[in-house]
Design a protein around this ligand. Structure first.
Ligand code: SDX
Length: 380
């Protein structure tokens, strides 16, 4: 008796690998990185320490962390090939595409498969941060500023972008955002990077695959889309009508819904609480987006909560990004910088017992079909 074949469109509910890197407890709305509640990591750790945690699945000792920071900060320096590429393309393409170009350059001549290539993993995270900042700086008329060894990763990211050491407040907000976006199991972008890595393509090319999957508005692109959405709605008064029209046209509200969370995304709650601390420092545009987002949250939940569709991390983060001065077309790129930590950690973890990822498809076309020569084919 032939077994019926099940097709899992979008791999919904399908486990494709084992991993010790994170757990999304969607029942209770808790995200764990290697067993640590991300809420506690935001309050007590740093993105630099979270990168170590992702690569080693444990927190570093003091001496280990000192050595790790030396490698991470040394790796933030860019080479002439990077700087020339940024100067040439920063004004003619979007930030994310140029990030992908640069990380592919980093992988020139390399092959994959080394599950202990921690130096390359650290280098990838470091370079992505410096690429991000230098691309933005050049797009706004500036030029490469070398990183400073005495600054943390978030401090250098803002220093290399703006040419001045950021305030403690801005550096801390960016550190929290980097921690919150570092890892999230096997979303489309991480899966894309694992598919590339499973062929033993190099680490950097596999990251590029993740970057390009992250770009879409159903995934990382939603952060920029949700900010643009709020600006296009234009006022709090227009939110009810806009929500009803959007849903009646079967369109998606950006920043709402999640394949795994069927409750409020715990990261969004953490971001909302951080925003509450800085209400006083919002400019008029950000304040308007904040008010519209609050109305969207209230009104969107009215129609969607009963279906398990709640705000996700991308609804609120744009407000914090703008508050620390990031351009409105840089949010997905910053997401990519942070998620490079998760991507490289998953790739090294997967390479420990590598298996080429090659799913099947259920053929639903006609067969067999007889070939008819062109001259005998009549009709349309
Ligand atoms: C991220 O996976 C991760 O971990 C991703 C991420 C990470 O950290 O890596 O968390 C980051 O990508 C967060 C998600 C950002 N994307 C958005 O905000 C875009 C808007 N959201 C939707 O496109 C959607 O919710 C998804 C893509 C996030 C999840 O979609 P699913 O699981 O594929 O579900 P679906 O699209 O099949 O929707 C099921 C139903 C549909 O209605 P019906 O056809 O059954 O009538 O729910 C509706 C959808 O129309 N629905 C929405 C909606 N999301 C789902 N309706 C209106 N607005 C929405 N946002």
């Amino acid at each position: 008796m032939v077994q019926p074949i099940s097709v899992f469109k979008g791999l919904e509910g399908v486990y494709v690998t084992e991993s010790a890197l994170s757990l999304i407890d969607s029942e209770n709305g808790v995200l764990y990185y290697a067993g640590y509640d991300v809420k506690e990591l935001v309050e007590r750790s740093s993105f630099e320490e979270v990168v170590f945690l992702m690569l080693h699945q444990r927190l570093p000792t003091s001496s280990e962390f000192t050595e790790f920071l030396k490698l991470l900060r040394r790796s933030q320096e860019l080479e002439p090939i990077h700087i020339e590429t940024i100067r040439k393309y920063a004004g003619v393409t979007d930030i994310l595409s140029l990030l992908a170009m640069l990380i592919v350059l980093e992988g020139r001549g390399k092959i994959g498969g080394n599950s202990n290539d921690f130096n390359a993993a650290v280098n990838a995270v470091a370079k992505m941060g410096s690429f991000f900042s230098t691309i933005i700086r050049v797009r706004y008329g500036g030029d490469y500023i070398p990183p400073r060894r005495d600054l943390s990763f978030p401090e250098n990211l803002l220093y290399m972008m703006n040419g001045e050491v950021p305030s403690r407040e801005h550096a801390d907000v960016l550190d929290d955002l980097l921690i919150l976006h570092a890892e999230h199991g096997i979303p489309a972008s991480t899966f894309a990077s694992l598919v590339a890595a499973s062929t033993l393509s190099d680490l950097y090319s596999s990251i590029a695959a993740g970057i390009l999957a992250l770009k879409g508005p159903l995934h990382g692109g939603a952060s920029e889309a949700s900010y643009a959405q709020a600006l296009s709605i234009g006022s709090v008064e227009k939110v009810p009508e806009w929500v009803q029209l959007t849903l009646s046209e079967k369109k998606k509200i950006m920043g709402f819904g999640h394949r795994v969370y069927k409750i409020y995304d715990p990261r969004a709650t953490i971001v909302k609480n951080i925003i509450a601390r800085f209400m006083g420092s919002m400019n008029s545009e950000v304040k308007k987006v904040y008010e519209i987002t609050r109305a969207l949250e209230e009104y969107g939940e009215k129609y969607l909560a009963s279906r398990g569709i709640y705000p996700n991390v991308d609804l609120w983060t744009p407000i914090l990004y703008r508050m620390i001065g990031l351009p409105a077309d840089s949010f997905t790129a910053l997401f990519a910088v942070s998620r490079t930590a998760g991507w490289v950690a998953h790739i090294l973890e997967y390479w420990r017992e590598n298996k080429l990822i090659r799913p099947l498809h259920l053929y639903v076309g006609e067969r067999p079909r007889k070939y008819i020569p062109l001259e005998l084919r009549t009709g349309s």
